[in-house]
Design a protein around this ligand. Structure first.
Ligand SMILES: *Cc1c(COP(=O)(O)O)cnc(C)c1O
Length: 400
């Protein structure tokens, strides 16, 4: 059969056609009234997408740029910070904090696991200036308990900031950013927003803005206070990625449509979509006798342990060669041991059933197991039907 190129990677993710068209058509210069109107509208919409009243910044960089800014703006050399790490991206927080001279305390768990709240509590001290964590660790598919961690951090007093890398969490996880007291929450354009890489964004609490008045680490491009000042005038501090802003505007309109005209409802619908795709995928994978890698999997992606003795690279390669579907291998030490299927952003029912149907053929091709065709698809269908009947029952309940 002919092949369509499809991404099932946890970033970049499939592109929204309306966003691609908006990008292609966009020509405005960034210091014009037209662009200022777009910029201002997008920043306001991003608050609803994130679900916060805090000021939002969007800058031209990959996600790591704003992660770095969240260290450089919020810390001084020698500051005691706590990094919670259980994977490749947690290690990035550790390395960034060290690069800026922080005194780094760690709660460290093996890949595939998460930390208990007791472990976090035991490392929090009155001197802890900031806590850094992922909401979903994309290298392992694990969801960390951000709500529980936020409660501990808030209980530690106003001097401890909580910074959450939700780069794969936003749009796949329900957050109450302001209610829980998350001081900085970070996202990236190439994940649930369904547009290409190149924009990173964050929402910043008043507590965190205040911290920036006294911190001493160097910063220039990612100087959040400078960016906030410019944003208040409808501008960015440096040349913005104009065409990506046009794409982002279209993506936010699409999400608003998902919520029947309400962006906050659209955000919830997008998260529910990822949840359902993840549930279908987990059901399909388990029905094939495969094991989930993550102890507490999130909806962003499903990490699947490779059958024993089989290099997961063979699975990744077979997906690509036979179906032109790009799934992700493990990262770092996990390379060859697992593969990852993403549910972030622009995935529908047919994508989800399709990748599981392909997985059946991939397993038949790379293992000597006999695969009963339809096993994964049937389990996914049942998960879908269960969710639908739940929805219908809810609607009936709401009507009566
Ligand atoms: C994608 C991702 C990042 C950002 O990576 P960039 O390549 O800098 O965009 C950071 N954290 C997590 C959890 C991610 O999934």
């Amino acid at each position: 059969m002919l092949l369509k190129n499809r991404l099932f990677t946890p970033g970049p993710t499939p592109l929204l056609p309306a966003a691609q068209n908006a990008m292609a058509a966009f020509t405005a210069h960034h210091r014009t009234a037209d662009f200022k109107a777009l910029y201002t509208r997008v920043l306001a919409d991003m608050k609803d997408f994130i679900g916060t009243a805090n000021d939002v910044l969007v800058v031209a960089s990959s996600g790591t740029g704003v992660m770095e800014g969240s260290i450089s703006n919020l810390t001084s050399p020698g500051d005691k910070v706590l990094v919670l790490t259980a994977g490749k991206f947690g290690e990035r927080w550790r390395d960034l904090a060290k690069a800026y001279g922080c005194n780094v305390d760690l709660v460290e768990k093996p890949y595939g696991e998460t930390f208990s709240l007791d472990e976090v509590r035991s490392k929090l001290t009155p001197e802890t200036r900031a806590v850094y964590v992922q909401s979903t660790e994309s290298s392992t598919g694990v969801r960390h308990d951000v709500q529980g961690i936020a409660k501990l951090v808030r209980g530690n007093g106003g001097d401890t900031l909580l910074i959450v890398d939700a780069i794969t969490g936003l749009g796949t996880t329900h957050f109450d950013v302001d209610g829980w007291g998350i001081d900085v929450i970070i996202g990236g354009s190439q994940k649930a927003l369904m547009i290409p890489p190149g924009l990173a964004y964050c929402a910043i609490s008043e507590r965190a803005w205040k911290r920036m008045e006294t911190t001493k680490n160097p910063r220039y491009y990612f100087d959040f206070r400078k960016e906030r000042k410019a944003a208040a005038k409808g501008e960015s501090a440096f040349t913005p990625a104009t065409s990506l802003f046009a794409a982002l505007g279209a993506a936010l309109d699409f999400i608003r449509q998902m919520g029947n005209g309400d962006l906050a409802s659209g955000r919830k619908a997008l998260v529910d979509n990822a949840e359902l795709a993840a549930e279908m995928t987990r059901a399909g994978v388990k029905a094939l006798g495969l094991k989930l890698f993550a102890a507490s999997p999130g909806a962003a992606l499903t990490a699947v342990t490779s059958p024993s003795g089989l290099d997961s690279g063979k699975i990744v390669k077979e997906f690509r060669e036979s179906f032109s579907a790009v799934v992700a291998n493990g990262q770092g030490d996990m390379k060859g041991k697992l593969f990852r299927i993403a549910h972030i952003g622009y995935y529908d029912f047919l994508d989800t059933v399709g990748i599981l149907a392909a997985l059946e053929h991939v397993l038949a091709a790379v293992t000597d197991k006999t695969v009963e065709y339809g096993v994964a698809v049937r389990a996914a269908q049942q998960a879908f039907a269960r969710s639908r009947s739940g929805e219908l029952a809810e609607m009936a309940g709401a009507k009566s």
